[in-house]
Write a protein that binds this ligand. Structure first.
Ligand code: CTP
Length: 418
């Protein structure tokens, strides 16, 4: 699963403590550590005794954990001299979030009842910041009344639930209890570390290309990957917004906290976006919508058109009729009510600022992000973007080439200054 839409540059200096308990899914916590370290988050780790039956401390050290606690008490006086006698209080003092991933039924029971009989449960009892729990266990253990009661207790106290997912578990059973996808755990941890300056806002984002069928196997589209829109959606969600994504065909996946409507054509995208717009505070249209759709010959409905039926010889031309698609951003602009904010993009090969200014006015936008397409380091299917940003008051800024996650983060910063 891709995580480049989560590579935000603002977590340097933030710290999280990762607790790992004894589940077959313990090995997945290494991937979580790798992702967090890649985002420049400082990570301390505690492995319970059971976790160490599945996975060793050296792997965590090798992947960049700043500390790895494996026991409450030192094994020997020499070790005791080297260790920190107050390591059970360190996460509470230095980390901004505690995530236990995977979390077994046993640790949930201990946390619910305030039992502190090993290093992790003691650290958790002394931790006052956000507690994130990603359970992993057999479906019967998850469904057990004791586990469900403990889980409700923890959620009532404000713990953040990550999963569990439904599906096959290691023992061969199927049901709820699977460890959530590690990218979702990662996204939730970043959310716990992010500012909440978009809390209370409902944000609608259109992203990706649209695909317009000509017959059952051929279509018109463009190379948009959806990365820019996925970064804007994730940045808004991390910063506390309620986010609804309307996505054309794209490889990007979103955590369960984000509402996602997947569509194929421009007309489907319009229907989904127009339905969500009346209750949204902000819409950000990044989708590379196909302005035209092919008109399929009547014989092309639901089947592959045959060359012989089209009577096209090799090297001969074939005329395809196109008809105009609706303009989604313009439609949202026409229906914009007092207090709503609308952000558009402009993909241009020439006269970037002039074209962007026209679109800002014609589509009744509050902000437009103009990017050059057809050049390296910007536009479609690129990891970075070189943009100019213009607002309704006539202000404009030119930004250098930046990774798309950073462009997204800055767009939300700027919007709040309008
Ligand atoms: N847009 C849209 N629906 C369309 C076309 C564009 O919502 N049918 C939105 C895009 O998501 C973007 C903005 O309008 O936010 C500008 O898109 P762009 O492709 O740059 O320009 P167009 O308006 O399509 O005009 P042109 O192709 O002539 O440049």
């Amino acid at each position: 699963m891709r995580t480049d839409h989560l590579s935000f540059p603002c977590f340097l200096g933030r710290r999280v403590h990762l607790g790992v308990t004894g589940s077959v899914a313990a090995y997945k916590s290494l991937e979580l550590l790798r992702l967090l370290v890649g985002a420049q988050v400082g990570v301390g780790v505690t492995l319970t005794a059971s976790a160490q039956r599945f996975i060793g401390a050296e792997s965590f050290r090798a992947l960049g954990a700043q500390t790895v606690d494996t026991a409450m008490f030192a094994e020997s006086p020499a070790e005791a001299q080297l260790g920190d006698p107050f390591a059970h209080l360190t996460p509470g003092k230095s980390a901004q979030a505690l995530v236990i991933a995977p979390a077994t039924a046993n640790i949930l029971a201990k946390l619910a009842h305030g039992i502190a009989d090993d290093m992790l449960s003691t650290q958790a009892l002394a931790f006052r910041g956000p507690l994130l729990l990603a359970p992993a266990m057999n479906p019967a253990m998850w469904a057990a009344p004791a586990t469900q009661s403990n889980w409700r207790t923890l959620l009532d106290r404000g713990a953040i639930a990550i999963g569990p997912a439904c599906g096959d578990v290691a023992c061969g059973d199927t049901g709820a209890g699977r460890f959530a996808p590690v990218e979702h755990v990662y996204a939730e941890v970043l959310r716990a570390l992010s500012p909440k300056d978009l809390a209370g806002k409902k944000v609608l984002v259109t992203l990706g290309p649209t695909r317009e069928a000509w017959d059952a196997v051929r279509y018109l589209s463009n190379p948009s990957s959806g990365l820019m829109g996925a970064c804007l959606a994730m940045a808004a969600w991390l910063r506390g917004a309620e986010v609804h994504v309307v996505a054309g065909p794209t490889a990007y996946d979103f955590p369960p906290g984000v509402t996602v409507t997947r569509v194929t054509t421009a007309r489907e995208m319009l229907d989904a976006a127009a339905a969500a717009w009346p209750t949204a505070d902000i819409a950000c249209c990044t989708a590379a919508v196909c302005d035209f759709r092919p008109v399929p010959p009547s014989t092309g409905q639901g089947r592959k058109l045959k060359k012989r039926d089209l009577a096209v010889e090799a090297g001969a031309g074939l005329a395809i009729s196109l008809e105009a698609n609706p303009d989604i951003l313009r439609t949202l602009g026409e229906g914009k009510r007092e207090g709503q904010m609308l952000i558009g993009f402009a993909a241009e090969t020439h006269d970037l600022l002039g074209q962007a200014r026209l679109k800002l006015a014609e589509k009744r936008l509050d902000l437009i992000v103009a990017n050059r397409v057809g050049v390296p380091g910007s536009g479609f299917d690129s990891a970075s973007n070189t943009v100019a940003v213009l607002d309704r008051a006539g202000r404009s800024e030119q930004w250098p080439e930046l990774p798309k996650p950073e462009v997204a983060w800055r767009v939300w910063d700027l919007l709040q200054l309008l």
